[in-house]
Ligand binder design. Sequence first.
Ligand code: BTN
Length: 324
Amino acid sequence: MKKKILEILNARGGYVSGQELCELLGVSRTAIWKNIKQLKEAGYEIEAVQNKGYHIVSAPDVLNQEVIESALGSLPYKVCYKSTVDSTNTVAKQLGENQSPSKTLVAAEEQTMGKGRRGRIWSSPYGKDIYMTLMLRADIMPENASMLTLVMGLSVAQAIQKTTGLDTAIKWPNDVVVNGKKVCGILTEMSAQMDYINYLVIGVGINVNGESFPEELRDKATSLFIETKKEWKRAELIAECMRRFEENYNQFLETQDLSLLQEAYGKYLVNKDRPVRVLEPRNEYNGIARGINTQGELLVEREDGSVQQVYAGEVSVRGVYGYV
Ligand code: BTN
């Protein structure tokens, strides 16, 4: 009921009378009043004006099933919200095993075993940041799955830019960067046969409202709060990411590659024309990053003029002079 009230008030923008809410939801005035009271207790500032009705003045940065669903509106994602999880990727993989529908989005307030790329830990304190994982049953070849990580990276970069007005960039393949520092990391995992994907999970961690980082991370990591000095509503940012993803994913599915997204991605690519060091499992070299191809591979020009296509698997690419 609270979710429906929020949906109606958000959609209208202005005032909605108590009578209209009763009719739309088929409940009594008292029920509406009780739910509005609970929403106020949860931090919503809702104004009630005689002869006009209710109107949302401001909403808190709350994260729960109802708030996320209401922010997603008609987007085709099923939400699985949990307060605490070991890792949203792990939960999403269990949902993948259990025949949950494609496009299930797991989100949590905190992770006790948040995972980063290359076996690293992803610090995941309570109530500040976004930890979410999208489970997809994508009808694509396993070798094309890493492109979806780039699709998500692009979507997050666009969503942060649209929501906060900050200039975002992407450090290939999928770190989202603001002012040269990482604000989002993405970890994709999949369960696949040789030529078939059972499911894949795309885990996204965004540093949203954290106010500081440990000393050793301060020159590499940042948060939206640090960059803007403002607190952001995580549910709205989640919804904007998913709106962008829905659009970009549909474009990806049209060609099963990045042909239609290459240009948009290229505009965000922070490494473009910069010296990079490529660290492959058994090989390391320097070059100049020139862009990506339709497969999402980074094109790196080596000293001898040859162009290497770097596949976004187990490879890491660093700026020669720092993080980007
Ligand atoms: C990276 O190392 O840059 C990737 C970090 C990915 C972190 C996110 S937080 C949500 C999801 N659950 C995890 O355990 N990891 C990803």
